[in-house]
Design a protein around this ligand. Structure first.
Ligand code: SAM
Length: 227
């Protein structure tokens, strides 16, 4: 099944234009990338994210009424999208102090420009440590959707398996599917591709894992695992 979602989302367009502009300022340095003390900052491709979020919300895979966590939130673009474009109560955790300040400033700025939305919030710290959440009066198990763009994904998968509530979704972008990730079960394996006729459009197809599922080694995949 291939789905094209063309729903208009003015807040999404505004946020995407904002981050495209920020990215363009770093063209001469090779792009908005950074090696951090714990990983690598590489921003998510936002057109892919819109198609994926539209699909995951439409199929009730992401519950927009429950708190969302971006584990390793970089410059805040996923949190801006989840909170300001999709109205989900959202928190990002980022280890890198500079990215943390930058992402909070981005969210402050964007929240003044976007019409009705939920708040997005960034915590500086290690997403594997309980103290990161308790320092802000939160607990890890309040998050019902946990997103990660392939960076220390195994440690966050392990934490979800150990500490999250049953039903919690782990949304992993950029990895290849496996049937079981610790005690997490693969629920969806989504393949995101550019439409050949209209390269601005991202198509999504659900490719459940079976013996004969072909995995494109150069493809962009997003998995949803369920605790
Ligand atoms: C690939 S980037 C993704 C950024 C953002 N989520 C996005 O999709 O645009 C991963 C980020 O995770 C951060 N990170 C990796 N491990 C972390 C950890 N244990 N605690 C907090 N942040 C971490 C890195 O510093 C980096 O900024």
């Amino acid at each position: 099944m291939v789905v094209q979602n063309r729903d208009k989302n003015p807040n999404f367009d505004l946020i995407q234009n904002y981050y495209n502009y920020l990215d363009s300022l770093q063209d001469e340095e090779g792009g908005p990338y950074k090696r951090t003390a714990v990983g690598q900052f590489v921003p998510s491709p936002l057109s892919h994210i819109k198609t994926a979020f539209d699909y995951l919300i439409e199929t009730n895979t992401i519950d927009t009424t429950k708190p969302f966590l971006d584990a390793g939130s970089g410059d805040g673009r996923i949190i801006a999208i989840s909170s300001l474009a999709y109205g989900i109560d959202s928190t990002g955790v980022e280890y890198d102090q500079e990215l943390c300040k930058f992402s909070s400033a981005n969210l402050d700025h964007l929240s003044k420009l976007c019409t009705p939305h939920k708040s997005g919030y960034i915590i500086e710290g290690d997403f594997t440590e309980d103290s990161t959440y308790s320092s802000k009066g939160m607990t890890f198990d309040t998050f019902f959707t946990v997103f990660n763009y392939i960076n220390n994904e195994s440690s966050i998968a392990h934490k979800i398996a150990q500490s999250s509530r049953p039903g919690t979704k782990f949304v992993l972008l950029g990895a290849f599917p496996i049937k079981h990730y610790y005690q997490l079960t693969l629920e969806k394996n989504l393949h995101l591709t550019r439409d050949e006729k209209d390269p601005d459009k991202i198509l999504i197809s659900d490719q459940p894992l079976s013996e004969d599922t072909w995995i494109d080694p150069f493809g962009t995949y997003l998995q949803v695992y369920r605790r």
